[in-house]
Design a protein around this ligand. Structure first.
Ligand SMILES: N[C@@H](CCC[C@H](N)C(=O)O)C(=O)O
Length: 276
């Protein structure tokens, strides 16, 4: 099995080229690939499948989902093998991979995801920007960490988020354990972000991701915290979000959201026969 390793602000991925949709990618295989001691190590897997070859189960196929306008489908999996609807950093790294592999040209085009088409913009090198679509603000919610309750805003970016504002540096949080939440409020689980304003439209953030644990960045999460922070301000604008793995820029214009930042490929190789 050939692979490429890449990251976006240190949210890292194993990319598996599978143009004809032939790989039987079980949750166990994903978890083994992502294992940081016994595997390659990553927060998630991005399987690169031609959209027309993507099996979407009983959903009527990519055409019925309106996805056939994109040549490539990003099949995203969390480190524990679970499927997620969307991954913002993954989309940016996926786009960089397609250009680097000669499978797409620099410019502007769509990637198909379980959360719909996502339009990426990129040059031959440098930052990658993605139109993340309209965030959906769902009202308040809460999670708890080591007995302390954190209130926040529930935001859907195709995947579920709870963006909690805190007033002390995010570095002070202990995120070694998963936050607890009410499964009736979050039946599909939730990615929990903790953010603090550090300047004008400038936030710092840490995240505990559903299916992956604490990661050093989360693209959908940075949009969610910008949406939460923008509530009660004069609205649209550009937000800088500092995460442990670097800096991302989020633009909210009232209709859609854009995420911009680095996307870097660092290695490629082949798994040993019989290992996966
Ligand atoms: N790191 C990602 C989000 C990945 C999916 C998430 N863990 C989920 O289960 O929803 C990003 O950059 O958006």
């Amino acid at each position: 099995m050939r692979f490429v390793k890449g990251h976006g602000t240190e949210n890292d991925f194993v990319i598996l080229p599978d143009p004809d949709g032939e790989l039987d990618l079980t949750p166990e295989a994903v978890a083994r690939l992502c294992d940081r001691r016994a595997g390659i190590g990553a927060d998630g897997v991005l399987r690169a499948v031609r959209t027309k070859a993507m099996d979407l189960g009983g959903t009527g196929g990519p055409g019925a989902q309106g996805l056939d306008g994109a040549e490539w489908f990003m099949d995203y999996r969390n480190a524990d093998g679970s499927v997620a609807e969307m991954c913002g950093n993954g989309t940016r790294v996926f786009a960089r991979y397609l250009v680097d592999a000669g499978l797409a040209d620099p410019g502007e085009w769509d990637i198909a995801t379980r959360a719909g088409l996502k339009r990426v913009t990129l040059g031959a090198s440098g930052d990658v920007s993605v139109d993340m679509g309209a965030p959906v603000a769902l009202g308040s919610g809460e999670a708890s960490l080591a007995g302390a309750v954190f209130r926040g805003e529930r935001v859907s970016m195709g995947n579920p988020h709870l963006a909690c504002r805190i007033d002390r540096p995010v570095a002070a949080l202990d995120l070694t354990r998963a936050p607890d939440f009410d499964p009736e409020v979050f039946p599909d689980g939730v990615n929990v972000e903790f953010y603090r304003p550090v300047g004008d439209r400038h936030l710092e953030m840490r995240v505990y991701e559903r299916g992956s644990g604490e990661t050093r960045s989360c693209g959908t999460g940075t949009v969610a915290v910008a949406v939460a922070a923008a509530a009660g301000t004069d609205g649209p604008g550009e937000w800088t979000v500092d995460v442990p793995g670097g800096r991302l820029t989020v633009t909210l214009d009232g209709a859609t959201s854009h995420l911009r930042g680095p996307a870097v490929l660092v290695a490629e190789g082949e798994t040993r026969p019989g290992w996966i």
